[in-house]
Design a protein around this ligand. Structure first.
Ligand code: TMP
Ligand code: ASP
Length: 238
């Protein structure tokens, strides 16, 4: 598989064309941003961890019947994926109050919900990813009704698989963000990443944060948290 020109550089990843028009290569960087890119930094080794963690978790999703863009890992930082056009929706599932849920609704972090919530935001940095509902997404033609229904079904299924797996690792899955893509034939698949950048992961006993909140909130111990969460995944992913 030959890596050709770069098609896109995001905040944490680059995407390259390959000699197969249906396949792209994703390359994970150590760059970290928060607050819409206002806060910038580096988390040493993050690219390797996020690449390997995403791939192992994507493989679990495939096993559970959730289609993904994952094809195969090429190296520590690089993965071959199916070419998709990203549906411009950030899909956020929450099991416990934290982050913007807590600040938006004026509640403390750590409230365990009776059932998970789902929300969408419009993936648009210039507009600061505004929250929207399904009617807004339809009005803006970001997705069809059928696509939104399928995305919701897959997102809750991802939650079930992820929550159960992280529990085995002594980790509580607080919330996470997913992105979906469309293959050239229109099939919806899970895309992007599933990593400590895109999930809130708390130690089940101490509630210590093992995710990017340590960077967002200047808590220190960022690299150690990424290393610890990856270690737990590898130990339990047999
Ligand atoms: P929030 O509480 O800030 O809305 O975040 C919810 C989840 O989504 C959390 O696990 C972090 C993740 N997330 C991203 O992956 N990218 C983003 O740009 C934001 C704001 C959150
Ligand atoms: N990745 C997002 C940004 O750079 C925010 C975040 O993850 O908190 O703005």
């Amino acid at each position: 598989m030959r890596k050709l020109e770069e098609v896109y550089e995001g905040k944490a990843k680059k995407v390259f064309k390959t000699d197969d028009p249906q396949l792209f290569i994703v390359s994970y960087k150590d760059d970290a941003t928060a607050l819409d890119g206002l806060k910038k930094g580096t988390i040493l080794g993050k690219g390797v961890i996020n690449n390997q963690m995403t791939n192992r978790l994507m493989a679990k999703m495939e096993k559970a019947g959730i289609p993904t863009h994952f094809v195969r890992e090429l190296s520590e930082r690089e993965t071959l994926v199916k070419k998709v056009s990203i549906v411009p929706l950030e899909v956020i599932v929450r099991n416990i109050s934290a982050g913007h849920f807590a600040s938006r609704y004026g509640v403390e972090e750590g409230i365990v919900f009776d059932q998970p919530t789902i929300e969408f935001s419009y993936k648009n940095d210039a507009l600061h990813d505004p929250l929207l509902n399904e009617y807004h997404a339809l009005a803006l033609k970001l997705a069809t009704r059928e696509e939104i229904d399928l995305i919701k079904k897959y997102a809750f299924a991802v939650n079930d698989v992820l929550k159960a797996f992280w529990a085995e690792c002594g980790v509580t899955l607080v919330d996470f963000k997913l992105e979906f893509g469309k293959l050239s034939d229109g099939t919806i698949v899970l895309a992007d990443e599933i990593s400590p950048d895109t999930c809130r992961l708390w130690d089940s006993v101490t509630h210590e944060k093992l995710d990017k909140d340590r960077f967002r909130r200047d808590m220190g111990g960022v690299e150690d948290a990424y290393t610890e969460i990856m270690k737990r995944l590898v130990e339990h992913d047999q």
